[in-house]
Design a protein. Structure first.
Length: 339
């Protein structure tokens, strides 16, 4: 079992270092005198121990935001972040694309989940924006990966990033939907309006689209900074990858709505659409994006776990691990195979 503890280590990614003198806590957060008991893996991303998930030395930060209020079809995105973290504890730490155990080498800190106010979407989005500003402030150079939650959480995060950049950023949006509706079901903060809420501060390149309204096509046509790459094009050949890359500014924020993926891969999401992206081609594209542009932040949203069906949860957990690996690909020797 890949998540079984190494009997010689307290947790995954352990450096073997002793806790500081006088410490009463072991690396698992239990009293030092009982740290050798067979405790479960920590409930951090990848189950990393305190050394590998320590904030000070971490290069990446996981920010869970289990927010859900405007879902229009199937619900359940509120349970997404905890399912991703749970599944992540079963991932093999060694990444054959990087030729290394990425998690402990990068250092990944897992923040507690943000519990946003239930006093309406407007108040919740304002609260998230303020919280996200402060997280970015304390994170400094660390790469922040936000886990949703419904897609509306992306807008405050993107605005938070855009406000810290001198030049206009591009949002690379992997999604079945354009999310460009000015408002939806009476709410300007709907998941269906996530990208409409950022057009004044960022350009948007949507990839994998296949369920778009006529109204959204009008919005796209009216904005020079909005570009749509259809799932239909992606299945014809790989030319869309160059086209998408050419449209990206030097600094990019990635928002990955898991309904971008074909429901055959990703059935656990609120508004599934047939067609869409697959695992290998999409990851090949993302690896290039991280290599050829500066990705300043990202989020993965809209996983709505299906009870008893673990594969989609595991897919998203591994996707998050891949995003972090691609972000720091310069630090690793590279593939153990020829590509
Ligand atoms: Mn979507």
């Amino acid at each position: 079992m890949p998540n079984r503890r190494d009997p010689d280590q307290e947790g995954r990614g352990s450096s073997g270092a002793e806790p500081p003198p006088g410490s009463h806590r072991g690396r698992l957060g239990v009293p030092h005198a009982v740290r050798d008991l067979p405790w479960e893996l920590p409930h951090t991303f990848l189950g990393l121990d305190e050394a590998a998930s320590d904030f000070q030395s971490a290069s990446a930060v996981i920010l869970p935001v289990p927010y859900e209020s405007t879902t229009s079809y199937g619900g359940g995105a509120k349970a997404g972040p905890s399912a991703i973290l749970e599944a992540s504890r079963f991932i093999e730490l060694y990444d054959q694309e990087m030729g290394a155990e990425v998690g402990a080498a990068v250092g990944i800190h897992t923040l507690p989940a943000l519990e946003l106010t239930r006093a309406g979407a407007t108040a919740a989005m304002a609260e998230l924006r303020a919280a996200h500003d402060r997280v970015l402030e304390v994170a400094g150079d660390r790469f922040v990966v936000m886990l949703g939650g419904e897609h509306s959480v992306s807008s405050p995060a993107i605005r938070s990033h855009a406000a810290r950049q001198e030049d206009r950023i591009t949002v690379l949006q992997l999604d079945a939907h354009a999310d460009l509706r000015p408002e939806y079901e009476g709410s300007p903060n709907s998941h269906a309006s996530a990208m409409a809420r950022v057009l004044d501060v960022a350009d948007v390149v949507g990839v994998g689209l296949r369920a778009v309204s006529g109204e959204e096509m009008e919005v796209a046509a009216a904005h020079d900074g909005v570009h749509l790459i259809w799932a239909d094009e992606m299945w014809a050949d790989d030319r869309w990858m160059d086209r998408a890359l050419d449209l990206l500014s030097p600094k990019v924020y990635i928002t990955y709505d898991v309904d971008y993926l074909d429901p055959a891969h990703m059935p656990s999401t609120g508004t599934p659409e047939p067609g869409g992206g697959d695992w290998y081609r999409t990851n090949r594209f993302l690896k290039r994006v991280f290599r050829e542009r500066e990705v300043i932040g990202c989020d993965v949203v809209e996983l709505a776990p299906t009870p008893g069906l673990h594969a989609p949860d595991f897919l998203v957990a591994k996707l998050v691990y891949k995003l972090i690996a691609y972000r720091f690909q310069d630090r690793f020797p590279g593939p153990v195979f020829d590509v």
